[in-house]
Design a protein around this ligand. Structure first.
Ligand SMILES: *Cc1c(COP(=O)(O)O)cnc(C)c1O
Length: 355
């Protein structure tokens, strides 16, 4: 039976990226050696890193004066690297969910943390509005897409302080005005690459301002100076990122990714609204195009497990909601197909008809 992969992360990647990476693992560029067995400093590998970096810059229209880094450690290590490198006295955080809270927890180790706004009281079903950011903070940190709660900040905010964003789960899904940010980061395993890679885009002249000793590996300047080659970077995931980036480019770039995301989300949210069994958990204006969360309506709660079983029997994979929201979550990153979303909708309609 055909499987439809809605996993939240690691998650569906373009098939071509998987296939090409698999080929290169068997035989890298016809060298008779595996991609997994060569030095990251091999002369054949340098063009991989160079092309991947230049595609990141091209696809996101990254201005001059920014560096693209390929690191290890995941977005979770960035929660600590960001304050290490940027927090002098105090920083502001927008609390939009689990990941934002984890980022705040790390920042508290380095200075004062101001929560500019929080949607915790409403179960993180929305992005707080109408808040202001103090002008005397070292930076404001936002989480552009809340993978667990299914909310998303759909446009780049205007603030007068440095802006730093965790874009783990929506990077490359829409155009971003990089010039508004001093640092953008994300674990690559949601929308870009095989797990093990962290993408960082950092403004060079924002670095070196925090008056503290930073351990070598945690200092962004180390990686900027060495072109992400200070130590061994995750070679295979970087290659898979290159293939995903090539795929994004050949499919029309981030503008097309955004159109496709809107189309997928529209199909699924429309069915969630129409279907008597379900309702969406996020407030409409803040709904994520990437992680579509829905639960059973009042009166149908006991059908949650039967629906999951039915959907699984129809080939749906990974639609169980995160334990903090319950219900269901269909993750629809760049590589997700309209066909998969239509298959899920068909399944929802059939289940409704049978119940
Ligand atoms: C998955 C996720 C993380 C954690 O990423 P790791 O690479 O596993 O550390 C952080 N932030 C967001 C928004 C995420 O979706």
């Amino acid at each position: 039976m055909k499987k439809y992969n809605f996993n939240a992360g690691p998650s569906k990647l373009p098939h071509k990226a998987i296939e090409k990476t698999a080929q290169q693992i068997l035989d890298f560029n016809g060298s008779g050696l595996s991609l997994a067995e060569i030095s990251h400093r091999a002369k054949d590998f340098k063009p991989v890193v160079d092309e991947a970096m230049s595609l990141v810059k091209e696809l996101l229209d990254v201005p001059d004066g920014y560096s693209v880094l390929f690191l290890g450690g995941g977005a979770s290590l960035e929660f600590c690297m960001v304050p290490y490198n940027f927090l002098i006295k105090k920083a502001a955080y927008l609390n939009t969910g689990t990941w934002a809270k984890k980022a705040m927890k790390e920042a508290k180790l380095f200075g004062e943390v101001i929560e500019v706004a929080s949607s915790a009281a409403e179960g993180y079903n929305n992005i707080p509005k109408g808040w202001t950011c103090p002008s005397d903070v070292d930076y404001l940190h936002i989480t552009t897409n809340n993978t667990i709660f299914g909310t998303e900040i759909h446009s780049d905010p205007n603030v007068s302080v440095r802006l730093i964003a965790d874009m783990s789960s929506d990077i490359f899904s829409r155009p971003v005005d990089v010039s508004k940010y001093d640092c953008i980061y994300g674990g690559a395993q949601k929308n870009l690459a095989m797990a093990g890679l962290t993408l960082v885009i950092v403004k060079d002249d924002a670095l070196g301002k925090a008056p503290r000793q930073i351990p070598t590996m945690l200092d962004y300047r180390t990686h900027v100076e060495k072109g992400s080659m200070f130590n061994t970077p995750p070679v295979v995931p970087i290659y898979s990122a290159l293939e995903t980036l090539r795929w994004i480019k050949s499919n029309g770039g981030v503008e097309t990714m955004e159109k496709k995301a809107c189309k997928r989300a529209d199909i699924l949210y429309s069915e969630i609204e129409r279907n008597k069994l379900f309702h969406g958990t996020a407030r409409e204006e803040d709904r994520s195009l990437m992680n579509i969360c829905f639960v059973m309506n009042e009166g149908y709660k006991d059908l949650e497990k039967p629906f999951l079983d039915y959907a699984t029997s129809c080939g749906m994979v990974g639609i169980k909601g995160h334990r903090s929201v319950g219900g269901f979550r269909a993750s629809c990153y760049n590589a997700q197909t309209i066909e998969a979303v239509q298959a899920l909708v068909k399944c929802m309609k059939e289940f409704e008809a049978n119940n």
